[in-house]
Design a protein around this ligand. Sequence first.
Ligand SMILES: NC(=O)c1ccc[n+]([C@@H]2O[C@H](COP(=O)([O-])OP(=O)(O)OC[C@H]3O[C@@H](n4cnc5c(N)ncnc54)[C@H](O)[C@@H]3O)[C@@H](O)[C@H]2O)c1
Ligand SMILES: [Fe+2]
Length: 400
Amino acid sequence: MRNSWEFYSTERIVFGNGSIKQLDTILQRLKAKNVLLVTDPGISKAGIADRVLTLLRESNYHVVVYDQVVPEPPVQSAFDCYEFAKSQMDTDAIIGLGGGSSIDMAKMVALLVAHGGHPLEYAGENKVPGPIAPLIAIPTTAGTGSEVTSVAVLTDVENNLKVGVSDNYLRPAVALLDPELTVGLPAYVTACSGIDALSHAVEAYTAKPSAYIQAEGPILFQGSIPISDTLALQAIELIAKNLTLAVQQGTNLEARSNMLLGSLLAGMAFSNAGTASAHALAYPIGGIVKSPHGEVTGLLLPYVMDYNLAVETEKMVKIAEAFGVDVRSMSQKEAGKAAVAAVLQLLVDIGLPTHLSEIGIEEKDIAEIAEKALQIHRLVRNNPRVPTQKGYEELLRKAL
Ligand SMILES: NC(=O)c1ccc[n+]([C@@H]2O[C@H](COP(=O)([O-])OP(=O)(O)OC[C@H]3O[C@@H](n4cnc5c(N)ncnc54)[C@H](O)[C@@H]3O)[C@@H](O)[C@H]2O)c1
Ligand SMILES: [Fe+2]
């Protein structure tokens, strides 16, 4: 039995409409002069990169821009971005501006600026030798929580695999969250990234209690702990009440702000408690089809909740309540089922698929998906109900 737990987060979190204007004072505190801005073409096209660049130039920073991040970024692109920055200047701070893809790229570059080498050398857990270069993460999607997490996800294009680098040193120095930057996010990306945040919150909340996680020594994903429980439940409520509004009424700033707060709290929770089966199963599926990460984790979430209902009932009741279900006349099991139904309905309301066949998964893929997911021990051991080959196959068939 594990008898202690710990909680890590980004040291400084700045949140609010218009807070992007604080960038100069944030950089001053980091004593930065030469700043690398890492972003992607969609952010440039939306005019967000220009807004940030104007602020930086007004304050006379020497800025180098890398705006070629692609969604789910390939490993090699992180190395290329680092080489490009190195050829331009001695970087003393990095800004990751965008969704999870841009922020994860910025994390990898901040790691390489501080320690050199190649991204693959750091793949896995606790392989980062020390603090990374000062990093300011500015999210423009409400989803991954990457602005506060210990994780960067890249894609090994040749082997069709996701490569994760996880280390508490990877957390950005500052998370700067300005809801106004998320107002122009297209409906489909809002839906995919928002449901990913819900998956983070639900999986962190219902993770096996940290005391019962079967692992020796320091681990990053510790199972549920009191602080992550509080953050995750609040995140679930915020997302349940605001995701449909944010998708259907993109300019609703209050819904956008609540979603950004929800994804932040979910990121703080899951980067300590961990995620579980929805994420474990999403990795091999991501190797077969090209759907965005959130579309896959979101689709799997209600089926995983249903699978876990036999073990984790009380928290499922709380999830139902967070979705506004009146549970007073229900048994605990009925309320848990109502939580599952509420998540399925949310998928429908935001226009995302509810069956794996809709994204191109077939019966013949099931055994292999289950087999590969079971190998991701850091996620599988977090699941409240012990996953088995047979159990995962049944779950996937229900989702098909
Ligand atoms: N580091 C973590 O903790 C963590 C957690 C979960 C997922 N991820 C990773 O994050 C990535 C997904 O990130 P994401 O869902 O945030 O999407 P993303 O960063 O891939 O962006 C998706 C698209 O939306 C566009 N976009 C983003 N913000 C916009 C805005 N405000 N206006 C207009 N267009 C905008 C981008 O240009 C891009 O084309 C995946 O690689 C996933 O594996 C990381
Ligand atoms: Fe995720």
